[in-house]
Design a protein around this ligand. Structure first.
Ligand code: F6P
Length: 326
């Protein structure tokens, strides 16, 4: 039995829309429960450098609608070393921080998992990443907003694709996962999604050509997941140029515009609920778990499972995409 008097909160890894809504929720829920909140800046780096400030409820006012993270973020190499984690633990002791809430993705939780075990620190994770690649949750904070951003961009690209009768390869983020690519392809009415999860099964580009994706249309949009294993949009365009020079091909790499902007309502609500759940979990003496959402219910997922990298895309969606692209 231990009592938590003070929590530290940080954001780490790639920023995601809705992280601020999560910071607000964690901070206010902690204060509501009589727990002091210390904001740690620049991810785990702030635990090493001691860049820490006490947060009061007004410190998180007017941030629910803001993209990025007011705590800044970083991918901290030092925290990956035992020496770095030792300094981080000493900072926690000096600051009187009893437990951590970490908001981030796979890398963030991998670090938290090791740190929590090494120093017996209670840590709860809130999934904030546009990639949606964490096992045990239907959605991560930022994923829905990023997908909406992609769809808006593709709607615009479609105008040129149509007017010039072109084939566009639109590259989207997602690291090694195809969630953003597959679902944004469905939502934007694209002809296909080329995703890492299908690579071992068939040559997706050849299949696309074979299926005659231009039989009834004079323009096409193909969403490509950024993973090096797909060849990326540029690689596929070069291949088309060599193997099918009859197509007028263009490439758009959406890049970091996918990570920015005001979070959509879905991500704000998700972040608000997950932030409350993170503090509830700590009060309930949970540790080394990620807060997830499954069928609209909050769940607890051990870090070891969340980061296992085996969240699957739903194969039915590929079938839907194929039917609807005739
Ligand atoms: O994990 C989020 C993400 O945006 C990935 O989709 C992408 O591969 C990566 O981060 C890009 O990282 P950075 O902003 O460091 O270039």
């Amino acid at each position: 039995m231990y009592r938590i008097n003070c929590i530290g909160i940080l954001t780490s890894g790639g920023d995601a829309p809705g992280m601020n809504a999560a910071i607000r929720s964690v901070t206010r829920t902690a204060i509501f429960n009589g727990i002091q909140v210390k904001a740690i800046y620049r991810g785990y780096k702030g635990l090493i450098t001691g860049e820490i400030k006490e947060f009061h409820t007004e410190d998180v006012s007017n941030i629910i609608q803001r993209g990025g993270t007011i705590l800044k973020t970083a991918r901290c190499k030092e925290f990956m070393t035992p020496e770095g984690r030792q300094v981080a633990f000493e900072t926690m002791q000096r600051e009187g921080i009893d437990a951590l809430v970490v908001i981030g993705g796979d890398g963030t939780f991998t670090g938290a998992h090791i740190f929590g075990q090494e120093y017996n620190v209670p840590i709860v994770g809130v999934p904030g990443t546009i990639d949606n690649d964490l096992w045990g949750t239907d959605s991560t904070i930022g994923y829905d907003t990023a997908m909406n951003t992609i769809v808006e961009a593709v709607d615009k690209i479609r105008d040129t694709a149509n007017s010039h009768e072109r084939l566009f390869f639109v590259e989207v983020m997602g690291r090694d996962a195809g969630f953003l690519a597959l679902n944004s392809a469905l939502a934007s009415g694209a002809e296909a999604a080329i995703i890492p999860e299908r690579l071992t099964k068939e040559d997706q580009l050849e299949e696309l050509i074979k299926n005659g994706f231009r039989k009834s249309k004079n323009s096409s949009i193909v969403i490509v997941a950024e993973s090096p294993s797909t060849g990326g949009a540029q690689g596929l365009a070069e291949r088309m140029h060599r193997e099918h020079p009859e197509y007028d091909v263009r490439v758009t790499i959406l890049g970091h515009l996918q990570r920015g902007g005001s979070p959509k309502a879905y991500d704000r609500i998700l972040a608000s609920r997950m932030g409350v759940a993170a503090i509830d979990a700590l009060l309930d003496e949970q540790r080394s778990i990620m807060i997830g959402i499954v069928n609209d219910e909050i769940v607890h997922v051990p870090f070891s499972k969340a980061i296992k990298d085996d969240k699957q895309v739903n194969p039915d969606k590929l079938g839907v995409l194929q039917i609807l692209s005739i």
